[in-house]
Design a binder for this molecule. Structure first.
Ligand SMILES: Nc1nc2c(c(=O)[nH]1)N=C([C@H](O)[C@H](O)COP(=O)(O)OP(=O)(O)OP(=O)(O)O)CN2
Ligand SMILES: [Zn+2]
Length: 130
């Protein structure tokens, strides 16, 4: 019988404020409006650092998220290069953040599991890869 290998999953949350307008959307969301977006990122791994026994320091993870969100904070997202072609929907914002975290964590042994973006508490888009 194979033994199961334990893993850890860490979650960090941070918000940012931005304006956007959904292209090709028939309704009020095609007009410019803003949100305080809430972002939740989950990362996963199976090895803790030898000395501190952390998967990855929350501080490091939060700084990565801060850097990615800082680039969008108080912006008109339609003018941001990441959304020049893709609509600045919650779905695409989540994917953009996921890719940014993935690049920053490359080679660390820690994988990005998912990124969720909420325009408000009752509606959330989550990006993950299988
Ligand atoms: N799947 C998605 N659907 C919608 C997104 C999105 O990112 N992904 N975004 C929007 C708009 O950005 C909009 O701001 C939110 O729209 P909505 O909740 O419909 O509008 P209200 O905040 O005014 O809510 P009411 O329930 O109509 O009062 C739309 N859809
Ligand atoms: Zn919106």
């Amino acid at each position: 019988m194979s033994e199961k290998k334990g893993k850890w999953r860490l979650t960090v949350r941070k918000d940012f404020a931005a304006a956007h307008q959904l292209r090709h959307y028939e309704g009020k969301c095609e007009r410019m409006h803003g949100h305080n977006f809430m972002v939740e990122a989950q990362v996963e791994g199976d090895t803790l650092s030898q000395d501190t026994e952390l998967l990855v320091d929350f501080k490091v993870l939060k700084n990565m998220l801060k850097e990615i969100l800082g680039d969008m904070d108080h912006c008109h997202l339609n003018e941001h290069p990441a959304f020049a072609v893709h609509n600045p929907s919650s779905e695409n914002i989540a994917r953009h953040i996921y890719k940014g975290l993935e690049a920053r964590l490359a080679g660390s042994g820690v994988d990005v599991k998912s990124v969720s973006v909420s325009e408000k508490p009752a509606q959330t888009a989550t990006y993950f890869e299988e």
